[in-house]
Design a binder for this molecule. Structure first.
Ligand SMILES: [Zn+2]
Length: 714
């Protein structure tokens, strides 16, 4: 998904209680400061390998005082910039600002990382306290008029400073950040924007917390073995283990974690139970209970609209998209509709095929959304002669990891070494050192594969430390990939579905981007448009299914035999399988996201009615539910993917075309292309961005054909 950075954490986080909390914190400090400072790891140098966070020494109670101190220090640093008696220049203003917040950069990624991957009620409580503090802090910086004036002076005189292209971009980037953040607005509007930012960050936080509670709030508990009819043995034993963990030994528990509900829908012959679990899944956030997200989401839409209009934009999409490759909502809609038409037509065909099976079996019912996975599985078996159970033994968690490492080695010459001496935050997390072709260290990669109640759903890549330069010396990044993959069950190792396998390559691609990014300045080092950032991740998914790589990493977990050519053939033939559904459920969510962020919202928003109107307009069929419904659309609760859920398919055009370059060359591991890809797409974002970077790599703009062909839509 995305990288957690200081800037994003600030943006995410938002009030009336603000003053009370700040005062409370200040009052608390004098009494406890000494004790807390002494053993608080955030106030010491980290003498761990690679200077990785000492998770074993970090306690929940360290975060609040660390944040308070980080805010204080950054304020002091900003004051130094403002009060510098010298005229505003590149170093004393722009670079000094880019470097400010060292302690914040230490605290925020650890707090944000743990809140995503290993949270607990205390961390959630601390987030509710720190969120308004951090938003106020960020507001104060972003709208600081003295600071803005210095930045503006440098910006206006930038031609006179003899800056190289990377420095020039840094000046322009930072100036734009302030402008977009509202610094140039008159005071009254700035105050209003601050208020909106504070409220938005609290609403976002609450939406995500509700979603986590809803994810954990449902369990399908089965007591009768007959209820398991149709389920494969590994799915059954995983459910038995889930029950054991929940203190219900002898029963079977299915949850709303993907590795649990997906196989249930694929294989359970119990239509009533399929309905029960799928309904629980798509109704998350829409249950009219204490975790209902509808009213909060409606408020968020109003707040985003107000904040955008205050800044002179018609709507939030306009505000967001001007920084993206797509530039305008019209371009996004045109692109989405271009794919929507063939995808929907295909989905209708798939539906008819399934209905024919139902009718053929004498089932006297209409296909419903909770039947889709089940009949899709039947079609996969019949038409493609492909049984997931036949494939899975080749895709153990270890094998897939090795496949990723191998690919990085073949393309870029990287090697990976397990480093059990690097502290981790949970025993399931493993740390690896990443070494470049020339033997130099590129940093540390954490891998956290399985679901836990404290982990949010989905898969993502984040950093505990971004790569940067300090006094010309490279500080290597500490990167993490976090997934929710199938656990080992019984005495069998964890075996991944094909979807999980490609997700692994996807997140690993984001990680490589972090390891290679090599800009001299923090703000621009890995700065790419959101609709570009999925190119480095999605392109790797293409290699996952190539025979040349498969025969090296997909080895049977018992026999060690590589996956047979005949099975690879089946896998590749089934690539177009179910693509109508996959594209349709995704595009429906992407269009809904665009509708939410381009509509003119009044005082009253009926969230479900709005959603229904969108789905009706685009003609979504009843048998498909959007990949996310509004009340559980976690991607758009924060600012990262709001008006930006389209980016996956947009970048899909880029990655299919980029991969096609390798195919075309006749060498999937073409070194010249790999080197260019690394240089223009991954390493030098500070100098080349978006289409410019792409054209430099590819020699031309991307064509949509490889993408449509790959999705089976051409
Ligand atoms: Zn991604």
């Amino acid at each position: 998904m995305k990288t957690i950075t200081f800037a994003e954490t600030q943006k995410q986080e938002p009030m009336k209680k603000l003053f009370l909390i700040v005062i409370a914190v200040i009052m608390l400090l004098p009494g406890c400061k000494q004790a807390v400072v002494e053993d608080n790891p955030f106030f010491t140098e980290w003498d761990t390998p690679f200077g990785a966070p000492p998770f074993d020494k970090i306690d929940d109670e360290h975060f609040l005082p660390a944040y308070v101190e980080a805010i204080r220090q950054q304020k002091e640093e900003i004051d130094l910039i403002i009060n510098n008696p010298d005229a505003p220049g590149f170093e004393n203003t722009i670079v000094a600002f880019d470097n400010s917040g060292a302690l914040m950069r230490k605290v925020s990624p650890v707090f944000g990382g743990l809140r995503g991957a290993e949270t607990n009620p205390r961390l959630q409580e601390i987030a509710r306290e720190t969120t308004p503090m951090l938003t106020a802090h960020s507001n104060e910086i972003r709208m600081n008029q003295d600071l803005f004036q210095r930045i503006q002076t440098v910006y206006e005189n930038r031609e006179s400073f003899d800056l190289d292209p990377e420095q020039m971009r840094l000046v322009e980037r930072i100036y734009r950040d302030f402008e977009r953040g509202g610094a140039a607005l008159p005071e009254e509007k700035r105050e209003e924007l601050k208020r909106l930012n504070e409220r938005m960050s609290m609403v976002s936080l609450q939406l995500s917390e509700n979603l986590l509670a809803e994810n954990n709030g449902f369990k399908l508990i089965l007591e009768d073995e007959a209820d398991l009819v149709g389920l494969p043995p590994d799915v059954i034993s995983a459910a038995a283990e889930e029950a054991k963990k929940a203190g219900m030994e002898g029963k079977w528990v299915f949850t709303l974690a993907k590795p649990s509900w997906t196989p249930f829908l694929q294989f359970s012959e119990r239509r009533d139970l399929r309905e029960k679990i799928y309904r629980a899944y798509f109704m998350r956030g829409d249950n009219d209970n204490e975790h209902d997200n509808k009213a909060l989401f409606a408020e968020l839409m109003q707040l985003r609209q107000q904040a955008s209009q205050l800044r002179g934009y018609d709507n939030y999409a306009d505000f967001f998209l001007e920084e993206q490759m797509a530039e305008r909502s019209e371009n996004v809609y045109n692109f989405l509709y271009q794919v929507w038409e063939p995808a929907l037509a295909r989905a209708k065909g798939e539906r008819d095929d399934m209905q024919a099976i139902i009718d053929g079996e004498g089932g006297d019912f209409e296909l419903e959304s909770w039947d889709w996975w089940y009949y899709a599985e039947k079609i996969r078996g019949e038409r493609y002669d492909l049984d997931e159970d036949e494939v899975k033994p080749y895709f153990t968690l270890d094998n897939v990891r090795r496949g990723n490492f191998l690919l990085a080695n073949k393309l870029f010459g990287l090697t990976f070494t397990a480093r059990p001496d690097v502290p981790v935050y949970h025993p399931e997390v493993e740390a690896f050192e990443v070494t470049d072709r020339d033997g130099s260290s590129l940093g540390v990669l954490y891998i956290d594969p399985h679901p836990r109640p404290g982990k949010r759903s989905g898969a993502w890549c984040g950093t505990y430390r971004s790569g940067s330069y300090e006094d010309g010396v490279k500080i290597t990044p500490i990167v993490t990939i976090v997934m929710n993959f199938t656990r080992p069950a019984g005495d069998r190792p964890a075996m991944l579905s094909w979807d999980e396998t490609t997700t692994y390559f996807h997140e690993f691609g984001h990680a490589l981007h972090n390891f290679f990014a090599d800009g001299r300045y923090r703000r621009t080092s890995r700065s790419v448009p959101r609709d570009f950032v999925e190119l480095p991740s999605q392109i790797l998914e293409n290699w996952a299914g190539e025979p040349a790589l498969l025969k090296e990493y997909a080895l049977h977990y018992e026999t060690g035999e590589p996956i047979p050519a005949e099975l690879i053939e089946k896998l590749s033939k089934s690539e177009h399988f179910n693509q109508g559904f996959i594209n349709t459920e995704y595009l429906a969510a992407a269009i809904m996201d665009m509708d939410w962020h381009t509509a003119v919202h009044g005082d009253e928003i009926d969230v479900n009615a709005f959603e229904e109107a969108t789905l009706k307009r685009i003609g979504l069929i009843d048998e498909i539910i959007p990949r996310y419904r509004t009340a559980n659309f976690g991607h758009i609760f924060g600012t990262g993917y709001a008006a930006g859920y389209y980016v996956y398919r947009w970048a899909g055009v880029l990655d299919a075309d980029a991969f096609y370059a390798f195919k075309e060359s006749g060498d999937l591991f073409n070194q010249e292309l790999a080197e260019k890809f690394r240089y223009y797409i991954l390493a030098n974002n500070a100098r080349y961005e978006g289409m410019d970077a792409y054209v430099r790599f590819r020699g031309k703009e991307p064509s949509i054909e490889p993408f449509l062909r790959q999705s089976g839509l051409l």
